[in-house]
Ligand binder design. Structure first.
Ligand SMILES: [Zn+2]
Ligand SMILES: [Zn+2]
Length: 136
């Protein structure tokens, strides 16, 4: 993996850089991710907050997670692309949507989470560990 990892939104007004290795990765099948990303699951790269730098104006939409924590979903106000999140219970990490990387092919999912909410028509890698909810 070459650093920094770079990515951004569809219109290009918001860009980000990740200067450290991801802490973990997961495909999240929760209903909030399904609604938010418009796909059956979100491909999530979890990186240290200290390694993550954003440029450009963003907006946030806040929901309360199953844990009771505030989940801030951050998106581009111009094109609407979801980019990353901030969880009030885990201030030191940033979950980043791997599909917004300039080279998303570097993403290697380690597990499937919230599979209790997974759509029957989604296709999962049977080799990956599965968790009904959030194992973190
Ligand atoms: Zn944009
Ligand atoms: Zn989710």
């Amino acid at each position: 993996m070459k650093f920094p990892l770079v990515g951004g939104c569809l219109c290009g007004k918001v860009r980000y850089e990740i200067s450290a290795s991801p802490i973990s990765t997961a495909n999240c099948h929760c209903r909030s991710c399904q609604k938010s990303v418009g796909a059956p699951h979100a491909a999530i790269l979890i990186v240290p907050a200290s390694s993550f730098v954003v440029t450009g104006e963003v907006k946030e939409f806040v929901t309360i997670a199953a844990s009771g924590n505030e989940m801030h979903r951050v998106f581009c106000p111009e094109c609407g692309s979801g980019l990353f999140a901030k969880n009030s219970g885990f201030p030191d990490i940033r979950p980043v949507l791997a599909t917004t990387l300039d080279d998303p092919s570097i993403y290697k999912p380690e597990k499937d989470i919230w599979v209790a909410d997974a759509q029957p028509w989604d296709v999962m890698d049977p080799a990956l560990p599965k968790f009904a909810g959030n194992p973190f």
